[in-house]
Write a protein that binds this ligand. Structure first.
Ligand SMILES: [Zn+2]
Length: 229
């Protein structure tokens, strides 16, 4: 992927989060990485969405070194860097404070697979991190946020469940590319909304069966995926 194409894709992902109502004010950021050149493009800090162009995207390497000094990168850059280093298969990251996903993150409530909307995109429960320690918050907050996400994913496949709810904060979502990350962020908000409203009928509804979960997830994402071809 050329740098210009990466910047354009990351710009579009940032704009899409606003267009889909996932990001209000400045509570959000999207980035993407070209794994061949190991260049990351991320939303700049302090540039209004209405004025944002592909050229505003800040380019860094995996260590966070920036390659031009015209704009500062998003203040969440270090979280993105930790995740790109921890999960070599992901190609884009989106952070939002989308309402229902954030409600779940604030309630420390994981989102189990309650239906096939969830199963089409997330192959299991969307987890919540532990709370950061006082030391993590004081000494190395942004980086520690990435580390606690990686700790929560553990040895799991980050692309099988491409989102984590950061306790008391909000969701971080990813995908193979910026477009897929946007879709995952939208579906996450949708399943969080359904889980929230569903709790009015049944406080702890049973998750769908593993068979139904597999059926829906694997037809879109498995080695034998048949969906959408
Ligand atoms: Zn945030």
């Amino acid at each position: 992927m050329t740098l210009a194409a990466l910047k354009q894709a990351v710009l579009e992902a940032n704009l899409a989060t606003v267009r889909h109502g996932l990001v209000k004010a400045t509570f959000g950021n999207a980035s993407g990485i070209d794994r061949v050149s190991e260049r990351i493009a991320i939303k700049p800090s302090g540039v209004p969405y209405e004025e944002m162009t592909a050229d505003h995207m800040v380019i860094t390497d995996l260590a966070g070194t920036t390659f031009d000094n015209r704009f500062r990168p998003s203040s969440d850059l270090d979280t993105h860097l930790v995740l790109y280093r921890a999960f070599p298969t992901i190609g884009a990251i989106i952070h939002t404070h989308s309402t229902y996903a954030t409600i779940m993150a604030q309630a420390r409530r994981p989102i189990p697979p309650l239906g096939t909307t969830h199963a089409d995109y997330f192959h299991g429960t969307i987890p919540v991190t532990r709370d950061l320690t006082a030391e993590e918050i004081t000494e190395r907050y942004v980086e520690a946020t990435g580390e606690v996400i990686a700790e929560t994913v553990g040895s799991g496949d980050p692309l099988a469940i491409p989102a984590v709810l950061v306790a008391g904060h909000g969701p971080f979502v990813w995908g193979r590319d910026p477009e897929q990350a946007v879709l995952n962020a939208m579906i996450l908000e949708e399943v969080a909304k359904m889980a929230w409203h569903g709790a009015a009928l049944d406080a702890a509804p049973p998750p769908i069966s593993q068979t139904l979960l597999d059926r829906h997830y694997l037809r879109k994402h498995g080695a034998n995926a048949t969906y959408g071809q």
